[in-house]
Ligand binder design. Structure first.
Ligand SMILES: Cc1cc2nc3c(=O)[nH]c(=O)nc-3n(C[C@H](O)[C@H](O)[C@H](O)COP(=O)(O)OP(=O)(O)OC[C@H]3O[C@@H](n4cnc5c(N)ncnc54)[C@H](O)[C@@H]3O)c2cc1C
Ligand code: HEM
Length: 400
């Protein structure tokens, strides 16, 4: 039970938390993975080996400590995190493990400040936060189970079809082994996929946005091959190793970023593989013969990396669609676009003039964080209210 004295103590230790910075994160993950190595099958171990440990968990705990006496402020963040957790199938008993290592991390890093009194306050505070997540996640799991085609935990699917959409992007369509219906989803949502790449000692879970309209039978994702000094584990596995008829495990669709029908124009803006939630939305709107104006703005490196160009043309038949694509590099050998108008260089919304429905549309953004920040600044400059701008980050959430 969290008391007012606990609240005062927790708030007084915020500077301690902040001053320890990345040391806390490193110590916490090292501690947790050495005592509970089974969690290596849940967390992204590429992030650990590249030194990119997720600071998101600690930032969330610090934000919680700051707002512990005004929790409604955290509602949107709680919803986003709970949705993400369910795509990993996080379970209540795992909160005790995380809490244990969190408290011991604080104790080990600041033994003098972390008195018995402080420890008691933090234990009570963590329990309250954990209960908030456990409760919301239980609701999401129950709702999934109760929906047509819904399930809980991992469900086995077979790869039905693979298609190259552009130089680095492949679409994969999965059907359940049990041949029963699959749960619907809101366009923009993602699902968790669990695989065991040959290059990995662990099972790996990643999220991929669904890139097609829901059909009750199959799921389609579209995956970019991630290359670097060490190539991305799951994306390269899905591209190169997973063959038609091979099995994967999927968790039910989740996510707080999705198209909401507000009976008005909509503008979808993406860059690179950030086009996947936009494709799901465009497909859904075309199926529904959405009558309001739909504007689709996409940016990519060049024509070789432009996915779904022809599909956009086909969708135009059922939509009041205005499409614009920006290529960072244009070549003389580029074929004309199948649909819409082509621009060169970075996406500058001013090039659209009055064609952009800034007065009333809802705006949905997905792409690299830098790109979305650049576009959001332009939208705000054009007078679009923050509340009409929605976005998805393909990684831990970040404010734009
Ligand atoms: C909500 C959401 C939706 C998403 N939707 C999509 C989608 O629709 N399509 C899509 O393609 N992706 C999507 N993603 C991203 C996807 O989940 C994966 O993050 C992505 O495919 C990379 O995973 P990976 O296993 O290939 O790379 P990881 O193995 O996780 O590596 C991540 C990056 O780090 C680099 N790296 C790995 N190890 C090291 C090391 N030791 N040192 C240095 N660098 C290293 C890799 O090259 C790679 O670029 C989405 C993510 C989220 C959160
Ligand atoms: C109160 C406790 C917890 C808090 C405050 C918390 C917070 C967070 C936050 C903020 C994120 C990033 C979400 C996003 O923006 O995408 C996240 C992701 C995640 N959480 Fe938690 N979490 C908690 C408990 C747990 C538990 C118990 C587990 C399971 C052992 C867990 C596993 C994960 C995983 C695997 C991710 C994804 C990490 C990644 O993509 O790199 N979390 N959590």
């Amino acid at each position: 039970m969290l008391t007012t004295s606990h609240i005062t103590i927790v708030k007084s230790t915020i500077p301690l938390l902040e001053s320890a910075g990345s040391k806390i994160t490193e110590h916490f993950y090292q501690r947790m993975f050495s005592h509970n190595p089974e969690l290596k099958h849940i967390f992204n171990m590429s992030h650990q080996s590249s030194g990119r440990q997720s600071v998101a968990l600690f930032n969330a705990v610090a934000a919680y400590a700051q707002h512990i006496d005004n929790l409604p402020v955290l509602q949107a963040a709680v919803e986003r995190i709970a949705q993400k957790h369910t795509s990993f199938n996080i379970q209540p008993d795992q909160y005790a493990i995380v809490g244990h290592h969190l408290i011991h991390t604080l104790k080990e890093l600041a033994p003098d400040a972390f008195t018995t009194e402080v420890e008691e306050a933090w234990v009570a505070a963590y329990q309250q936060l954990a209960n908030i997540f456990i409760q919301r996640e239980a609701e999401i799991y129950q709702k999934n189970m109760a929906s047509t085609g819904g399930w809980e935990g991992a469900r086995r699917f077979r790869l039905l079809e693979k298609k190259q959409e552009s130089e680095q992007v492949q679409s994969l369509v999965f059907a359940p082994i049990d041949q029963q219906p699959v749960a619907s989803y809101r366009p923009g949502q993602y699902l968790g996929i669990r695989v065991q790449p040959s290059r990995s000692e662990y099972q790996e879970i990643r999220q991929y946005s669904l890139s097609d309209a829901p059909n009750g039978k199959t799921y389609r994702i579209s995956v970019k091959r991630e290359q670097g000094d060490i190539d991305g584990l799951v994306s390269n596995y899905l591209h190169d190793e997973l063959q038609v008829n091979d099995e994967v495990e999927l968790f039910t669709p989740a996510g707080d970023f999705f198209f909401e029908d507000r009976n008005k124009p909509v503008v979808l803006i993406s860059a690179g593989v950030g086009l996947t939630p936009m494709m799901a939305t465009l497909e859904t709107l075309a199926k529904a013969h959405y009558t309001h104006g739909v504007t689709y703005l996409h940016a990519c490196e060049n024509q070789a990396q432009h996915s779904f160009d022809q599909r956009i043309k086909a969708l135009s038949a059922n939509l009041n669609l205005s499409a614009h694509t920006w290529y960072n590099h244009v070549s003389e050998t580029d074929a004309p676009l199948s649909a819409g108008q082509r621009h060169t260089g970075l996406m500058q919304l001013a090039e659209l003039g009055d064609a952009l429905p800034v007065a009333d549309a809802d705006f949905y953004l997905c792409g690299p964080v830098g790109f979305m920040g650049f576009i959001k600044a332009q939208l705000l400059e054009l007078g679009v209210a923050d509340s009409r701008i929605h976005y998805e980050v393909f990684g831990p959430h970040s404010d734009l």
